[in-house]
Design a protein around this ligand. Structure first.
Ligand SMILES: *Cc1c(COP(=O)(O)O)cnc(C)c1O
Length: 191
């Protein structure tokens, strides 16, 4: 609270501040890149936008019109939650249950494979398999781990196991401000 009050006394360039804070967080957590978001919900929207516009950053300005872009996000039926955060971007959700269905659902419109960390044991496809399929097809994988810290090691664990992007809520186990969150992972996507 003291640090926030003190920081509030100064004008800063917000883009620069976000970039430097992200670098410092990435260093502290031990991941390639990081950025502060408006909650885990905001991180889901940012992650989806990054995956939809991957390799074409100028397209971010066109969203939520996803015409001509990869705009399908695949999710297991038992992992559906916080899906408005995906839909805001103009993407649509494709639901699967089995590994065969997942493999068959991936095509050249697939933008991202969405995983809900706490539902790992509820779906037929576990974390490691989700990551492996994403790697095989070259599609970014995202893990919503909003409330899944402590332990603090979890902050880097899912990126280290291969998820391209992972989010945490600042207002839950991190005990930060309610409307804050973290998006962690691959530098090209975070940028
Ligand atoms: C709480 C929660 C969110 C949203 O977190 P905020 O930081 O409040 O935006 C997203 N996903 C899951 C799984 C959550 O538990």
């Amino acid at each position: 609270m003291h640090a926030m009050r003190e920081a509030g006394q100064y004008f800063v360039n917000m883009k620069e501040l976000n970039a430097r804070v992200g670098e410092r967080l990435a260093q502290l957590i031990g991941v390639e890149a990081a950025t502060v978001t408006t909650g885990a919900a905001g991180a889901i929207t940012m992650a989806t936008a990054a995956c939809v516009a991957l390799r074409h950053p100028e397209r971010i300005k066109q969203l939520p019109d996803t015409a001509g872009m990869r705009n399908e996000v695949i999710v297991q039926k038992s992992h559906r939650a916080y899906e408005k955060q995906v839909l805001h971007v103009g993407a649509k959700l494709i639901e699967v249950e089995t590994l065969d269905e997942l493999r068959a659902a991936i095509n050249d419109r697939t933008a991202m494979l969405f995983f809900l960390n706490k539902a790992d044991d509820k779906g037929q496809i576990d974390r490691a398999t989700w990551v492996a399929v994403g790697r095989e097809f070259g599609v970014p994988t995202f893990n919503d781990a909003a409330a899944d810290t402590p332990p603090v090691e979890h902050l880097s664990a899912y990126v280290k196991m291969g998820f391209d992007l992972v989010c945490f809520s600042g207002g839950k186990g991190l005990r930060g401000p309610q409307s804050s969150g973290l998006l962690l992972g691959r530098k090209d996507l975070i940028d």
